[in-house]
Ligand binder design. Structure first.
Ligand code: 5AD
Length: 345
């Protein structure tokens, strides 16, 4: 395994059979994590970048089988933030030190292009030193271009799975792998810093699907890569499918760091939810971003993509001091700047 890890570091690539071995074989992972950590330190030092996550709406017109805020879940209590509430969140976040605001939401038709552009322009004007990241799902290239011109810099759209047949098992027929891919390349073409990613251990996922995910990322070369374990939600068709594995997620974070040294890789809330130390372990495996929740307190419990989603303690933006201590204990330092990607690092 030592020579495989060295090869991955050197060549940023492996054969399919070698990826399979690194993902599935039993071996002590400490070497993999420490090599990934060394590569991350070469490019980014001990910096951990923070992003303020504002969950603008949990209305969604889609029916993804894994997701708790799917349209078909009539038990979900729905909310959407007003423009004023979103700006207030940014104000609070900016005072705390956040210089990236992530507007994430379900695909809510109420947030049409005019409203999205209005909100983005207002944030851009008020916080010229901050990056604006959107995570609002699949749109036309024209719409993506309008948001970009209004001042958005980055877009997060996980590809979820890069295998068309697997994509069909996770989504209803109106959502296609082809369109997902189209969106990601459109975003790149417009000039966004783009984030893709996938769930680990999603229903029916095999190691071949994971390898296809890695190959797709090699083709896309995204700036950000977000992964987390699949976590069940009782009010979805996948209620009976088990959670993904933290161990596989951590291995994949390390593999991604070695394949994409420049990438911004979050240690996700899902990782922090599946294990009390998940987020620190993610940082030690090569992740370098955390995204504390900056949504208004009274809606945080409603943005329930999966069960037991954490939103208090160091997951909460207002507890930044606690987060700083936890990050320092893990051996890193929270940095309060925009934290743009370092492609030439
Ligand atoms: N478990 C883990 N992650 C989930 N997501 C949606 N539902 C779940 C779930 N049940 C992830 C998807 C989506 C991101 C916002 O959250 O990958 O892109």
């Amino acid at each position: 395994m030592e020579s495989l890890i060295a090869k991955l570091k050197q060549e940023k690539n492996l054969t399919d059979a070698e990826f399979k071995a690194i993902l599935q074989q039993d071996f002590p992972e400490s070497l993999l994590f420490s090599v990934a950590d060394a590569v991350r330190r070469e490019v980014y030092g001990d910096a951990v970048f923070i992003r303020g996550l504002i969950e603008v709406s949990n209305y969604c017109k889609n029916n993804c089988y894994y997701c708790g805020i799917r349209a078909g879940n009539c038990k979900a209590e729905r909310y959407r933030l007003t423009e004023e509430q979103i700006l207030d969140c940014c104000e609070t976040g900016h005072a705390l030190g956040f210089r990236t605001f992530v507007l994430q939401g379900g695909e809510d038709p109420y947030f049409d292009d005019a409203l999205i552009c209005k909100v983005v322009s207002a944030i851009r004007e008020k916080f010229p030193d901050s990056a604006i990241t959107l995570s609002l799902g699949e749109k036309s290239k024209d719409s993506y271009r309008r948001y970009f011109e209004a001042g958005a810099n980055r877009y997060l759209l996980r590809h979820e799975t890069a295998t068309a047949e697997h994509y069909r098992l996770l989504h209803p027929d109106d959502l296609t792998w082809e369109n997902r891919k189209r969106c990601l390349f459109d975003l790149k073409d417009i000039g966004y810093q783009v984030g893709a990613g996938f769930m680990v251990g999603s229903p029916y996922q095999t190691v071949h699907h994971l390898i296809a995910d890695l190959r797709f990322l090699q083709e896309l070369m995204p700036d950000m890569i977000g992964i987390g374990p699949y976590l069940t939600h009782k009010d979805t068709p996948f209620a009976n499918h088990p959670n993904g594995s933290m161990e596989t997620t951590l291995r994949l974070i390390a593999v991604l760091r070695l394949m994409f040294p420049y990438a911004l890789i979050p240690s996700t809330t899902a990782l922090g939810t599946i294990h009390p130390q998940g987020r620190e372990l993610g940082l030690k495996a090569g992740a370098n971003v955390v995204m504390p929740n900056l949504s208004p307190g009274d809606v945080r419990a409603l943005y329930t993509l999966y069960e037991n989603k954490r939103y208090s303690g160091s997951e909460a933006a207002e507890s930044l001091e606690l987060l700083k201590k936890q990050v320092a204990n893990a051996g890193y330092q929270v940095v309060c700047d925009r934290g743009d990607v370092r492609r030439d690092g």
